[in-house]
Design a protein around this ligand. Structure first.
Ligand SMILES: O=C1C[C@@](O)(C(=O)O)C[C@@H](O)[C@@H]1O
Length: 239
């Protein structure tokens, strides 16, 4: 086994419509043995008050003791979040201070001074930092992807995540190579996701290249190409 090879943790992406969690909770309970972590996608739950997001997080954490990631994905990054950078910053800061989550997803595109403050707040509250970036228009070269990962590392990310929308399998290879090369020189978590049909390979085999997390669903895909966690688990066993 290559020294970079890891067994990726399976993260389930969660959200509710109209604050109705009943079905999601049932599905979560049924699929617990395939899941290592939960991701709460705040932007997919609607523009709620901070207290309402916190109530959801508490409910999830009380019922399922798995590590919990908070993500508010902005529109430009493939989510539904409408918040401007300062409102995004305020929300994330309050969520971190609530001492309920384990990992905070922060978008790389955030202004650098706000990013620094958020990372400091996360450290203060013992929350791990996951810096993320989504590229939908094109897949950068492996060299540029490595530079992106290095930038995230330089900012102090515990997890550095890049997701791309590949046009062909060559783009998937570019991403996997970038994950592999970055992982050669760092001990922190690197995550590489190629979305869409062509990218499914990265969700299953990414661990062999050093990718630490793979995201799946328990009902409907939250991003193009996501697999059901049960299927993910059985495919990951091959590796
Ligand atoms: O960044 C990611 C990865 C993702 O976009 C995916 O492709 O599975 C799903 C998102 O919920 C998560 O925040």
């Amino acid at each position: 086994m290559d020294k970079c090879s890891v067994t990726p943790k399976i993260v389930v992406t969660l959200s509710s419509t109209n604050n109705d969690w009943k079905e999601t909770i049932e599905r979560l309970s049924e699929n617990m043995s395939y899941i290592d972590m939960m991701e709460y996608r705040a932007d997919l739950c609607g523009e709620l008050a901070v207290e309402d997001y916190i109530a959801d997080l508490k409910m999830l954490k009380e019922q399922f003791t798995l590590p919990l990631i908070f993500t508010y994905r902005s529109k430009g990054q493939g989510g539904k979040g409408e918040k401007e950078p300062h409102a995004y910053y305020e929300l994330v800061k309050e969520i971190v201070a609530a001492n309920i989550i384990d990992i905070i997803d922060i978008e790389l595109l955030l202004y650098e001074d706000l990013m620094d403050e958020l990372i400091e707040a996360a450290r203060m509250h013992h929350v791990q930092v996951l810096i993320s970036h989504h590229e939908f228009d094109h897949t950068p070269s492996s060299k540029d992807l490595i530079a992106l990962y290095n930038r995230m590392q330089g900012l102090g990310a515990d997890f550095s995540k890049v997701a791309v929308m590949p046009a062909d399998v060559r783009d998937v290879l570019k991403l996997l190579l970038a994950v592999y090369e970055t992982k050669q020189n760092c001990d922190n978590h690197i995550v590489g996701i190629a979305m869409g049909e062509q990218g499914k390979l990265s969700r299953i085999a990414g661990g062999s290249f050093g990718s630490s997390l793979t995201y799946g669903h328990i009902g409907e895909e939250a991003a193009p190409g996501q697999l059901h966690v049960k299927q993910l688990k059985s495919l990951l066993e091959i590796y």
